[in-house]
Design a protein around this ligand. Structure first.
Ligand code: ATR
Length: 287
C-alpha cells in the first residue's frame, strides 16, 4: 500500500474542546451536516481540562493531524486561553480577543478564527433581512465574550452608537475605551434611557438562561420598531423574547446564532458551507 492511499483512508475529523463539554450541541449540528451532505468524517466532544490545553493543541499539530484532524471548535473556558498556543490568529478574532474555531493547516500550523460575529449578525439578518446595523442605536446587555463579538460585528456593520449596559460599569467602560467613541457605557439602572430610540436590543449575558437568575429589564422605553435578540437558547423562547413579542417587537432567538456560527467552521473542517434549516434545528434540539 502506498503512503498516498493510506492518506486517503484517513477520515476527516473535527470536534469541540471545552470543560465541561458534555452539554455542547455542536456534535449534533456537525453530525447532521455530515450526513445531509453525504460527507465522510466525524465530529466529537473532546473534554479538555484547562491544565491540558497546551498539550492538546500541541498534539493537534502533530499526532492528531496525522489522524485526520482538520481542527476544533473552542468553547468555554478556552476561547481566550487558546490564543497563545496558535501560530496565527485572524484580525477579526484578535479584535474580539477570543477564538472559537481552530484549523490545522496543510503545513501543520494552527489558525485561530472567530465565527461568533458571523453567527450573531447572520442570525438577525436571516430572521429580518431588512435589518441594517446602521439603522439606529443598538443596546447590548453585558460586557463579556459574547458582548465583544456582538460589539465588533455591529461596529463593523456601521452601527452609529452602541449602548453597553452592564452590571459592572467598569467592564463596559473598558470596552468603550478599547473600541472607541461609538460605544457608550451605562450602568444597569440607566436602562430606560438606553432603550430610548434604540433599533436593536440584544442580551449577551447568561441572565434568563435555565438555572440562572432572570433578566430583569423593563421594556417600556423601547420603540415598537426595535428588534430584540437573545443569545440565550435554553429555553428557546426566553422571558425577554416572550415579553418583547407580546409588545409587538420582532424577535430573534439564540439557537440560530449557534447554528450560524457553525457554518463557516464546518466549511473550514469539511470543505462545504452548510445551510441552517428547520430539520437542522430539530436535530440539534432533539434530546
Ligand atoms: P461570556 O464570555 O460568556 O460573555 P462572561 O465574560 O462571564 O461570559 O460575561 C457574562 C456577562 O453576564 C457579564 O456582562 C456579566 O456582568 P458583569 O460584568 O457585571 O459580571 C453578566 N452577568 C452574569 N451574571 C449576572 C447577574 N447575575 N446579573 C447581572 N449581570 C450578570
Amino acid at each position: 500500500m502506498t503512503s498516498d492511499s493510506q492518506k486517503d483512508e484517513v477520515l476527516p475529523r473535527a470536534g469541540v474542546i471545552g470543560w465541561p463539554v458534555q452539554h455542547s450541541r455542536s456534535p449534533k449540528m456537525h453530525g447532521f451536516w455530515l450526513a445531509k451532505y453525504g460527507l465522510p468524517g466525524r465530529y466529537d466532544k473532546l473534554p479538555v481540562p484547562p491544565e491540558d490545553l497546551a498539550a492538546f493543541l500541541s498534539a493537534l499539530k502533530t499526532s492528531m493531524a496525522s489522524e485526520g484532524f482538520r481542527g476544533v471548535n473552542v468553547t468555554l473556558p478556552h476561547k481566550v486561553a487558546a490564543m497563545e498556543y496558535l501560530d496565527e490568529i485572524t484580525p477579526l478574532a484578535r479584535r474580539i480577543g477570543a477564538v472559537n474555531t481552530i484549523t490545522v493547516r496543510a503545513d501543520g500550523t494552527l489558525l485561530g478564527d472567530n465565527t461568533d460575529i458571523f453567527g450573531f449578525l447572520e442570525n438577525i439578518r436571516e430572521a429580518h433581512p431588512e435589518w441594517r446595523a446602521s439603522s439606529g442605536p443598538a443596546v447590548l446587555l453585558g460586557a463579556g465574550g459574547g458582548a465583544r463579538a456582538a460589539l465588533v460585528g455591529l461596529l463593523d456593520q456601521g452601527a452609529p452608537e452602541i449602548r453597553l449596559l452592564n452590571r459592572t460599569l467598569e467592564k463596559a467602560e473598558a470596552l468603550a475605551e478599547e473600541f472607541g467613541d461609538r460605544v457608550t457605557p451605562l450602568a444597569w439602572d440607566r436602562a430606560a434611557e438606553a432603550l430610548e430610540g434604540a433599533a436593536l436590543l440584544a442580551n449577551t449575558t447568561s441572565l434568563g438562561m435555565m438555572g440562572q437568575p432572570p433578566l430583569d429589564l423593563e421594556l417600556n422605553a423601547l420603540p415598537q420598531a426595535a428588534i430584540v435578540a437573545d443569545i440565550v437558547y435554553s429555553p428557546l423562547e426566553t422571558d425577554l423574547l416572550r415579553r418583547a413579542a407580546q409588545r409587538g417587537h420582532r424577535v430573534v432567538e439564540g439557537l440560530d446564532m449557534l447554528l450560524h456560527q457553525g457554518r463557516p467552521a464546518f466549511e473550514a473542517f469539511f470543505g462545504l458551507r452548510p445551510d441552517v434549516t428547520p430539520a437542522l434545528r430539530e436535530a440539534v434540539l432533539a434530546p
